[in-house]
Design a protein around this ligand. Structure first.
Ligand SMILES: [Zn+2]
Ligand SMILES: [Zn+2]
Length: 640
């Protein structure tokens, strides 16, 4: 347990203690620290509601003020059972009712393991610890909410009340925590996305499927253009591939049927489907036939992989096989087939294929969350096919790209994780010498970035090492964004080759990388990162002209036309509203620049500029302002 977790878990004891002072019949189950604080599960006829929190917190404060030491005591199983039978475990004194959950927990402690009690004041709990020295170390706490939970998470068990709270080592930290929660609520991308009209999720279309509205589409297009520009500088070729592919591709890659839980079901070929339906084939049989492979297919794949990757139980008579398509769960196989579509020599390598490729994954509805957990998303994906010698330089190039993307967006607080294999695990396939080379390449590339990085053994993908960027947002939350993965497995499985300098055939190494990850998730994170205040280059509307009266409507329209001709997204508010109302609306819609014009400005060829960030910036010559905004857009500046 960390120091903070120890404080929070100790607070859970104090919570139970306080509840018993008010409701002596309370029965307690588990009280662990959690992500944002702690909870204790309690069984109590009285339904605890937030109205009770004040009363409970008052008792907790009294216990904390007493600075009761936490005292540990090791006892025998028999002694523990005796105490539990008398209701003393998670109790203040012997009671008529047994400590039933604690007695049950006791039966789950393996024979031979030490059984310990912790006492503070009159309260005794069965617990392994650790705890703070005394209750006064719980410097600041607050109860937050109550939920219901089944004992041990099993709905066949009694339903308990789960009382949540949080605790910190100081009052300032507690206040900061609640201020951040408040800020997170304000920045929630689902709320801002709706208020600003950036995206829509429609039950008629399907949950987890993002509809990019015109304003959101501007942001996405700008992000794509930004990446595309960088890709052409780095020698990538852009490709387009369909949203579906034959099921065999994913049998070859190994993603089907092994990951079918996270994929949309396969789509059988219509005439085959009709035929087997007329034969009375069951759904289970159809699934088995879609998942099966022919003997030659299995033999080829097993031979390429050098081990049995397709087990004999999946082999069926070719006449039994059912062919079909899948909504693509990843873009790799399509790009692999582009690489394989012509003979390649070492002179052609690296081949760098990039695509904004949309993929589909089946997420449980409970897991879906706005733009950040979805069922269909577009990766800023690319696959690099390289020689062994090129791995290091290409990985470095990929990392530079991710760094450029994050820096441009002002996401400067990030760390880099290098996922390596765990030499003791059998999960990692392939040749150890290749692994060593690839890991060295990743480590060196990460070191060359000049940002902090950690090496994490066991965190590699099964087919090769990977590098992740973990970005801390303004609220201090971690987001895993760009990834770069080195892959020795897929090129082998797909039988890829190129002719080397020696004239012999060699297997290329693949690098998968996506600087944003997915455009949906990245945009969701960006909305929260900027709280909807997008920099000018990303803002759906970059400038709004606010004429003070109808007399200057013509001037307003001419400015809009001039800006549009220069590629600036400008509009004019020609409504009859008062200027104050026009400004308020533009601010609410988070437009970076509001341009106020009246007869005086028109006569002088000037504009009165208000920026979202600085408010009134005074009058400037029209041409000067247009030049300024153009340069901010071109440079993707974060000034506004
Ligand atoms: Zn404890
Ligand atoms: Zn890939």
């Amino acid at each position: 347990m960390t120091e903070l977790e120890t404080i929070r878990h100790s607070a859970a004891h104090v919570l139970a203690n306080a509840i018993l002072r008010i409701w002596p019949e309370a029965q307690f189950a588990a009280g662990p620290p959690v992500d944002q604080g702690f909870y204790y599960d309690v069984e109590l006829p009285h339904r605890i509601s937030p109205e009770d929190f004040g009363k409970i917190e008052k008792e907790m404060a009294a216990i904390i003020a007493e600075a009761q030491p936490f005292q540990r005591e090791v006892i025998s199983r028999d002694e523990a059972i005796t105490m539990g039978t008398r209701g003393e475990l998670a109790g203040l004194s012997p009671r008529s009712a047994q400590s039933k959950f604690k007695l049950d927990i006791l039966t789950r402690i393996p024979e031979g393991e030490e059984i310990s009690l912790y006492r503070n004041g009159a309260f005794t709990d069965l617990c392994a610890g650790p705890h703070v020295a005394d209750t006064s170390k719980i410097a600041a706490f607050k109860l937050t909410h109550v939920a219901s939970a089944f004992y041990l998470g099993d709905e066949k068990n009694p339903q308990l009340q789960r009382i949540y709270g949080t605790a910190f080592a100081s009052q300032e930290e507690l206040e900061k925590h609640f201020a951040l929660l408040e800020e997170a609520k304000k920045r929630d991308h689902r709320r801002i996305g709706k208020d600003l009209g950036l995206f829509h999720i429609d039950d008629a279309v399907g949950q987890g499927l993002i509809l990019w509205t015109p304003k959101g589409a501007v942001i996405r297009q700008e992000l794509q253009d930004f990446i595309s520009g960088e890709l052409s500088k780095q020698g990538y070729s852009q490709v387009f591939t369909p949203h579906i592919g034959k099921i065999g591709l994913y049998k070859t890659s190994g993603h089907f049927p092994y990951y079918k839980e996270s994929q949309f079901p396969a789509i059988p070929e219509p005439d085959q489907l009709e035929r087997i339906a007329s034969e009375g084939c069951s759904c289970a049989e159809m699934t088995a036939r879609l998942e099966a492979v022919s003997a030659p297919f299995a033999a080829t794949l097993n031979e390429r992989a050098g081990r049995e990757v397709v087990t004999p139980d999946r082999i069926k008579d070719p006449a039994q096989l059912l062919d079909g398509f899948m909504l693509k769960p990843m873009n790799c196989p399509h790009h692999i087939r582009i690489f394989a579509s012509e003979p390649r020599s070492y002179r052609d390598l690296p081949v760098r294929l990039a695509e904004f490729g949309t993929v589909y994954r089946w997420e449980q509805s409970g897991e879906l969350n706005g733009m950040t957990r979805v069922r269909g998303f577009t990766q800023d994906d690319a696959h690099l096919f390289v020689t062994e010698e090129q791995v290091a330089a290409e990985v470095r190039g990929c990392l530079e790209l991710v760094k450029k993307v994050l820096t441009t967006l002002g996401m400067t607080d990030y760390r880099v994780r290098v996922g390596l294999r765990d030499p003791d695990s059998t999960k990692f396939t392939g040749n150890p010498a290749q692994w060593d080379l690839a890991e060295k390449a990743c480590r060196d590339a990460a070191a060359s970035l000049g940002v902090p990085f950690t090496e994490e053994p066991g965190e590699a993908a099964f087919y090769g090492p990977k590098i992740d960027f973990v970005v801390k947002d303004v609220l201090g939350r971690d987001w895993q964004l760009g990834t770069v993965q080195v892959d020795y497995v897929l090129p082998v499985r797909f039988g890829l080759s190129y002719t080397g300098v020696d004239g012999a055939s060699h297997v290329p190494v693949m690098i998968h990388r996506a600087p944003f990850g997915s455009l949906e998730r990245f945009t969701g994170v960006l909305i929260e990162h900027f709280a909807g205040n997008f920099p000018v280059w990303l803002a759906p509307e970059q400038a709004r002209i606010l004429p003070v009266s109808e007399k200057v409507a013509g001037y307003a329209e001419s400015i809009v036309a001039e800006m549009k001709a220069k590629g600036i997204r400008a509009t004019a508010d020609l409504s009859s509203d008062k200027l104050g109302a026009k400004i308020r609306l533009a601010q609410l819609e988070k437009v970076p620049y509001m341009i106020v014009i009246g007869p005086k400005e028109e006569a002088a060829g000037q504009l009165s500029v208000r920026s979202r960030k600085n408010g009134d910036e005074g009058s400037v010559a029209k041409d000067d302002f247009i030049q300024r905004i153009e340069s901010e857009i071109r440079e993707r500046a974060l000034t506004v």
